[in-house]
Write a protein that binds this ligand. Structure first.
Ligand code: SF4
Length: 166
């Protein structure tokens, strides 16, 4: 079968973002969708959060610390959404395991999906180096995570996986 790729649902145009919007997918994601490769998931929705919902940030910006119980995901008014974010990450991992997914394209800088950078929990636009909660869990479990600005690398990686599996 074709190599499957987990993709943030909002990057495939699903209107699941906190503000009720999605993003128009570009050519590569549309092609992958047409090839039946993409598995769309919004971890925050899978974790039980509504659309729309208040924006959230990780205190300190490290999704791995949320998984370890050392820090929290909060809204601007201080509501603790950590449990929903962890549930969403676990749902994403379960989907990857069930479908044999080895790579993902996830939305940059999201407190769930960000693979390199995250906001620091101050709601002032300050970015730190760190992963969202779902990206942190998937990376820890061996799924290679790209963001939507790294699609050329993602395509090369996909080709490598497919040539290895023959
Ligand atoms: Fe998109 Fe991920 Fe945010 Fe869901 S949690 S809206 S998939 S960035």
């Amino acid at each position: 079968g074709v190599e499957r790729v987990l993709v943030s649902a909002c990057l495939l145009g699903q209107r699941v973002r906190y503000d009720g919007e999605g993003f128009e997918p570009g050519d590569l994601l549309l092609r992958w969708q047409g090839e039946g490769r993409t598995l769309a998931l919004c971890p925050e929705q899978a974790g039980g959060l509504a659309v729309p919902r208040p924006p959230a940030e990780i205190e300190g910006g490290q999704g791995g610390s949320v998984l370890a119980g050392d820090t929290r995901v909060i809204t601007r008014s201080g509501a603790d959404l950590s449990d929903a974010f962890i549930r969403g990450a676990e749902a994403a991992l379960a989907l990857c395991r069930r479908e044999g997914v080895r790579m993902a394209v996830l939305k940059a800088r999201s407190p769930s999906c960000g693979n390199r950078e995250s906001y620091d929990g101050s709601f002032t636009g300050v970015r730190v180096s760190g992963q969202g909660v779902t990206a942190a869990l998937l990376m820890r479990e061996g799924v290679r995570v790209f963001n939507e600005q790294e699609l050329e690398d993602a395509e090369r990686y996909l080709q490598g996986l497919e040539s290895l599996s023959g």
